[in-house]
Design a protein around this ligand. Structure first.
Ligand SMILES: N[C@@H](CCC(=O)N[C@@H](CS)C(=O)NCC(=O)O)C(=O)O
Length: 213
């Protein structure tokens, strides 16, 4: 049976869609929005009361949280070779980096994109946004240093973490005061290497056109 994915352009659901493309699993997109002034479909809110995407549905089941969905799908489809197996020595770094992306880097983005969730009053929001941008610099630097001279995040092996990294770099908007990906050469090297993949070209077609790719 096909997977179903609550989906919005520019969102973390794009990363999940890339994974589904890489796996070659049939899937159906359910359009939703990430606009703060637009309502979410009740079916989405019933599965994720936070109103976030991605939300993945399969059989009679559903789950949210992009990093968890990534681990789930890659484990479910090992033939796609997107993740180290549970007993592989690289499994630790794989999980560590995915969770760091999800709870530290993404959190820094949230401060900048959704400051109302972190500030007491509207007057406090610019401060939260500035702190988010500093936090983006701090957390991306940690990742850039971690990668060092590695070809991919896990070393010589391409994995779902590289796709996740690419997705997060598309959210960096220097005109908002956020760092440019150019400040993190090791991150940029991997993002550039992920870009030509067929799955990325398909899912990020609009972003690539807009960014002169
Ligand atoms: N921790 C969640 C966060 C997901 C998230 O922030 N999604 C954003 C788009 S990238 C969203 O749905 N934003 C709309 C909202 O927060 O209401 C995850 O990693 O899946």
């Amino acid at each position: 049976m096909a997977y179903k994915l609550f989906y919005a352009l520019g969102s973390a659901a794009m990363g999940t869609r890339v994974i589904l493309e890489e796996i070659g699993a049939p899937y159906e997109l359910i359009p939703t929005t990430i606009a703060m002034d637009e309502p979410r479909p009740p079916e989405q809110l019933a599965l994720n009361p936070n109103g976030w995407v991605p939300v993945l549905i399969w059989d009679e089941n559903a789950m949210y949280e992009c990093a968890a969905i990534t681990v789930f799908l890659c484990d479910r489809h090992p033939d796609a070779k997107l993740a180290p197996a549970v007993d592989d020595p690289e499994r630790g770094l794989y999980l560590q980096t995915l969770v760091y992306f999800s709870n530290s880097v993404q959190n820094a983005f949230q401060l900048n994109y959704y400051p109302d969730r972190f500030a007491d009053t509207p007057a406090d929001e610019p401060s939260a946004q500035r702190r988010g941008n500093r936090r983006l610099r701090e957390t991306w630097k940690v990742i850039d240093d971690q990668i060092g001279n590695n070809e991919w995040v896990l070393g010589e092996r391409f994995s779902a973490v590289d796709i996740y990294l690419f997705m997060l770099t598309t959210w960096l908007v220097p005109s908002r005061g956020q760092p440019s990906v150019d400040e993190f050469p090791n991150v940029k090297r991997i993002a550039d290497a992920v870009l030509p993949r067929r799955s990325i070209q398909l899912v990020y077609e609009k972003w690539i056109v807009e960014h002169g790719g």
